[in-house]
Design a protein around this ligand. Sequence first.
Ligand code: 13P
Length: 288
Amino acid sequence: MKLVSAKTMLETARKEGYAVGQFNINNLEWTKAILHAAQEMRSPVILGVSEGAGKYMVGYNTIVGMVEGMMETIGVSVPVALHLDHGSFDAAKACIEAGFTSVMFDGSHLSIDDNVEKTKEIVKLATAKGISVEAEVGSIGGEEDGVVGSGEVADPEECRRIAKTGISMLAAGIGNIHGTYPDNWQGLNMDVLKEIGETTDNIPLVLHGGTGIPDAMVREAIGYGVSKINVNTECQIEFTKAVRTYFEAGKDKVGKGFDPRKVLKPGYDAIIKVVKEKMTLFDSQGKA
Ligand code: 13P
């Protein structure tokens, strides 16, 4: 199956009351693990690429080639969208050109007027090619690949305005942050989420910072219209933990245990486990 836009998969998820996971990719192992997990779970999936990860993987064209080649060879038959995560205006344009099927333009640091205007420009370019667009209001807290957000709670009126620009999905800050949550975290602001859901005409809502949110809170958020949940840090932590265990057990010193394919295998397996658990929690398994 060819890469698809995230629009239809998220509208269906919103209607049917589940969420599709966006899992960020960092390299070949990450991509392969997520595609295999999605295929096995019969779940739609979104592969997220931050600008930093885009540079690391030698540019957007390289990523499109890798993902498309892998999907064909694996025989992936579930819907997969390739999505730019927290993109600048220029990065969004570059990904639209390179063959991504979904882009996020993150104008949350701009005034709402400028955010609306710039988002409209990206929507125009993307829609002409059938590409979905995510916008953001009220920056998500924490730090991800150098993009630092202060963790605001979005204004539902600003959400209403940006939802009318023709975007396919909306990320609104509701106390969520990237990375792990501090012990004194207050949790997601469900009152604001509910209000945003009511003022944005059933547009699929996006929950960033999917690592470490208690399961019950995730389910409650899905009930209020969250249809896309982004997970990155948890895969990184579990990958690194598994590779560390391999070294600590001295397995790299046994036979050809130094072969990088053997070294990375426990990390690869760990990502598959996290992704499958999340697909079960988000209830997207069996939906493709
Ligand atoms: P976490 O790294 O906290 O899982 O968040 C990922 C994310 O929101 C990507 O945009």
